[in-house]
Ligand binder design. Structure first.
Ligand code: HEC
Length: 244
């Protein structure tokens, strides 16, 4: 019996809690998945900066008609010539090649917002810093020894690490606790954060496009229950008249 309880308790542990990285501080993404304009902007950044390596293979381009883009707009701005609107957001790179180049294959990002949590991704994309010991010259506070290059470096610039000394069993170790501004990029920090927020909004949207639908449906379900309750109450009163 105890085992059964433990199993149930374990099954209920939220996934985001498990996946968020250790004791690293995460900045709140503060996204609004109902903001179509943010999703549209995020989609554009995703296609331009991320789809060289990452797919979102469970999403079809056509899905973006649900956030206010026309099929022509999607074809013109987000797709290669010759693609079909019903195509999935896949990439040409082979996972085996990618693993060779980056040490790890770039994972599909359709569900990453659910697996890692939006705060984690928001913090991750803003936490690259200069580290000459790494193959691409960068490292990441929330993803130490990451295989991904800082693909947004031109926009963000290159931050510097902030070290803190930690004593563990008599040994003093230097640990990266955060970042500070280094070489500036094309965007101001506020503009960069806003761009990343849109990108995260897009990823949250594709990870669960039905969630808005579910919210709308939820309201009808609640209304139905209220009406049902009133009817049941009236019936009960009616019947009780005959009981006495
Ligand atoms: C040049 C190739 C490349 C590009 C472009 C790229 N990434 Fe990555 N990304 C990687 C690789 C490789 C990994 C795996 C890193 C590892 O496991 O060490 C990764 C990992 C990630 C992860 C962590 C996934 C996880 O759960 O472990 C996220 C999130 C991510 N990338 C988001 C993005 C976003 C958003 C963009 C666009 C702004 C982007 N990436 C562009 C190569 C790339």
């Amino acid at each position: 019996m105890k085992k059964l309880f433990a199993l149930i308790a374990f099954a209920l542990v939220p996934m985001t809690g498990m996946a968020s990285g250790g004791d690293v501080h995460l900045d709140p993404a503060n996204i609004d998945v109902a903001n179509d304009a943010a999703i549209q902007r995020g989609a554009k950044t995703f296609v331009n900066y991320c789809m060289g390596c990452h797919s979102a293979q469970y999403v079809r381009f056509k899905q973006l008609t649900k956030v206010g883009l026309s099929e022509d707009q999607i074809k013109e701005n987000l797709m290669f010539a010759g693609g079909k609107i019903g195509d999935k957001m896949t990439i040409a790179m082979k996972p085996a090649d990618a693993a060779k180049w980056f040490g790890a294959p770039p994972p599909d990002l359709t569900l990453v917002a659910r697996i890692r949590g939006v705060d984690w991704i928001y913090t991750y994309l803003r936490s690259f810093y200069k580290d000459d010991s790494r193959p691409f010259g960068v490292n990441n506070v929330v993803f130490p020894s990451v295989g991904m290059p800082h693909v947004l470096q031109g926009l963000q610039g290159l931050q510097k690490p902030v070290y803190e000394e930690i004593e563990h069993e008599g040994n003093v170790r230097q640990v990266v606790m955060g970042v500070e501004p280094g070489q500036p990029g094309e965007l101001t920090p506020a503009e960069y954060d806003a761009m990343v927020r849109d990108l995260v909004t897009f990823m949250a949207y594709v990870s669960e496009p039905v969630q808005l639908e579910r919210q709308r449906l939820g309201i009808w379900v609640m209304l139905f229950l209220v009406v049902l309750f009133v009817l049941a109450y009236m019936m009960k009163k009616e019947w009780c008249k005959y009981v006495h």
